[in-house]
Design a protein around this ligand. Structure first.
Ligand code: PRX
Length: 634
């Protein structure tokens, strides 16, 4: 029987359990993990070093996450709604799926995967709009021990192909098309383009959503609805080791191609669920609406796994916050009596701009808790959300975490931790943040800033980057030996509260989407006639950060505007529309040091419109280029 309760009730308990989690992490997490269903208990709670790195939680434990997310709820709440699906068009009926129905659908889908030869350990790529089948496909993979790799619907064929090839996926799950706001978007056609260069894929399962005409290749492509007719709704869950892979999720870094962050079954389940229950102070029966896409980690942890493992009702929204108008999220909140609303600062800032008339007349009285994630939330947006949506009665949690973390790391516990606008406040139990200076020395005390590291493993930490463990070591564990480096800058105020100030590496956060500058540069450089480019971020009122590209072309341009559009088309094709630069400035040269390194600091300043103080430019090979760039700044 466990001593430490699963859910913290007040601030004194938070302080007590936080201390315990630091003094005795293994005892703490063993107690928390005992709230789940394990086929076989673990033999050792934690085994770790941050050198290789090698982190294993609940060593030797056997389980299946879907038995925790589905089966164990059937007796008690089989008829409770597990998923509410809100379609893109508000005139279409919402769909309620009970835990029992979800269980059946997952088993059916799992049997289809099995029929096409998918076995434990095989990788399955999922490229779907926000429809229930997306959650079903994810859980179906987990049911049979296949590793899912969900690719966000906004990525291009090339990006899908890169991800499929990196993971050597055997099956792809997609739909004919997708509805997003007023647009109908092809999905299968994009997958078809990707598959031209993906020899590992044997089968494509296609769900019909828009019934737009699609090419279906005999022997490879199958209609999902058809396939589901011929299988049963019974599928025993595969017994998984706690450290077996659950999923791969690709995310951008400061160099090269996106890397496949790997999460494993046991630790991820415990961490996603524990953080869901505590940060949002989830109460049985509450309806949770996370507006993220399941294609990102937020959707994995707080639409699918966290809420379902806790027996909550989770909303899947197919559309966008501005369709048919800027009141859509409030309309959904009103109609479905949403209790917990978890969204991104970029959405709040955008909706703020449309004015309060879209909030008026909406009954938001069901809301009990609000959350924000993905990027720093500015004070104005924080107050707008708190006052106009939460009516000053709902706690608002600013949750800081990353794809690599599996779940929320630094955040208030709703209604328990004192809030401070724009502060993620305090670490969750089990999370040991430290600030370090450039030399890697820990900065002690309060009222200090530095680079944010975590010095002890938590159950949701990434285990590796798929197929390239050395890259995992290099990226996260080599900058400050013995610590996990987040890539974020951070301030710890006089009271010990944490405020994340943004990335300190070459990673951008555009509308909450993580994009590497190197990735965008590589895409731009593929364009005919481009010699070289440099990409930086600049502050953007709605998106948080915008993308600013400085580009050198081979020859003077006849029609700069057309070339700009051509380059945007290339970036869309190589990465996806989310990576399109907001501003493109054609330049004759880039500010380089004598050793050939681009001085991004200068480019960032110019992009920010702050050209008064560019700092020391004396080490530049040709300081003259700076004046030219300044003169042409957008
Ligand atoms: O810079 C931080 C920012 O988003 C990065 C992680 O991005 P991603 O892996 O895509 O995960 C996003 C959702 C979990 C972080 O390194 N970030 C995330 N949440 C916050 C944040 N920055 C400030 N405040 C936050 N609450």
């Amino acid at each position: 029987m466990s001593n430490i309760p699963f859910q913290i009730q007040n601030f004194e308990q938070y302080q007590q359990y936080y201390s315990q989690s630091v003094e005795d992490p293994e005892g703490f997490w063993a107690d928390i993990a005992s709230n789940f269903y394990w086929r076989k208990p673990w033999k050792k709670t934690l085994q770790w070093n941050f050198t290789e790195p090698d982190v294993k939680w609940f060593v030797g434990g056997k389980l299946n996450i879907t038995e925790n997310a589905l089966d164990r709820h059937l007796a008690e709440r089989g008829d409770q709604t597990a998923i509410i699906w809100e379609p893109n068009d508000p005139n279409d009926d919402a769909v309620h799926i009970t835990y029992r129905q979800l269980h059946q659908r997952v088993c059916r889908f799992a049997n289809v995967l099995k029929k096409y030869g998918v076995v434990k350990g095989d990788r399955v790529c999922i490229y779907l709009p926000m429809v229930p089948e997306l959650a079903v496909a994810v859980l179906a993979c987990a049911r049979i021990g296949a590793v899912h790799s969900v690719v966000f619907g906004g990525f291009s064929a090339q990006s899908i192909a890169d991800r499929i090839n990196d993971a050597q996926c055997k099956v792809v799950v997609t739909s004919d098309g997708a509805y997003r706001g007023a647009k109908e978007i092809p999905m299968k056609a994009v997958v078809d383009d990707a598959l031209v260069i993906c020899p590992s894929v044997e089968t494509v399962l296609v769900m019909s959503r828009t019934r737009t005409p699609v090419s279906m290749i005999k022997g490879r492509d199958r209609w999902l609805e058809q396939e589901e007719k011929y299988v049963t709704a019974e599928c025993p869950a595969e017994e998984m080791d706690a450290e077996d892979m659950l999923f791969i999720l690709y995310t951008s870094g400061s160099t090269g191609k996106p890397k496949g962050v790997v999460h494993t079954v046991g630790g991820y389940m415990v961490y996603a669920s524990y953080t869901f229950a505590n940060v949002f102070q989830y109460q049985p029966g509450e309806i949770h609406f996370c507006t993220a896409d399941i294609g990102w980690i937020t959707g994995h942890s707080y639409i699918v796994y966290g809420p379902l493992c806790c027996g909550a009702t989770s909303v899947i929204f197919e559309g966008v916050p501005t369709y048919p108008d800027a009141g859509r999220l409030w309309d959904i909140t009103d109609r479905h009596r949403i209790n917990i609303l978890y969204t991104a600062p970029t959405a709040i800032r955008s909706l703020m701009g449309f004015g309060l008339q879209y909030v008026e007349g909406k009954d938001l009285s069901s809301l009990t808790k609000l959350g924000s994630v993905g990027e720093p939330i500015n004070e104005e947006a924080w107050h707008w959300f708190k006052t106009n949506i939460g009516k000053d009665k709902c706690p608002l949690v600013d949750t800081w975490w990353q794809t690599e973390n599996g779940g929320i790391m630094i955040s208030p516990l709703a209604g328990i931790t004192p809030e401070k606008p724009s502060y993620a406040t305090l670490p969750l139990p089990g999370v040991q943040p430290v600030l370090v200076d450039e030399n890697g020395n820990e900065i002690e005390g309060n009222g200090v800033s530095g680079n944010l590291c975590i010095k002890f493993p938590w159950p949701g930490i990434l285990r590796t980057t798929y197929g390239d463990h050395e890259r995992c070591r290099q990226t996260y564990f080599s900058t400050y030996p013995g610590k996990y480096f987040t890539g974020d800058g951070c301030l710890r105020d006089e009271e010990g509260y944490y405020r994340i100030t943004g990335r300190v590496d070459d990673v951008l956060n555009v509308s909450g989407h993580r994009i590497g500058t190197a990735e965008v540069e590589n895409a731009i450089n593929m364009h005919l006639g481009v010699v070289e480019s440099a990409v930086v971020g600049y502050p953007h009122d709605i998106k948080g950060q915008g993308i600013y590209a400085y580009i050198i072309t081979e020859e003077p341009l006849n029609d700069a505007d057309l070339t700009r559009k051509d380059i945007l088309a290339t970036v869309s094709r190589i990465i996806g529309p989310i990576a399109k630069p907001d501003k493109i400035q054609f330049v004759a040269g880039l500010p380089k040091t004598r050793s050939g390194k681009i001085m991004r600091r200068i480019l960032r300043k110019i992009a920010e419109g702050d050209t008064s103080n560019l700092g020391d430019t004396s080490t530049l090979l040709d300081p003259g280029v700076v004046d030219e760039i300044k003169a042409g700044a957008l």
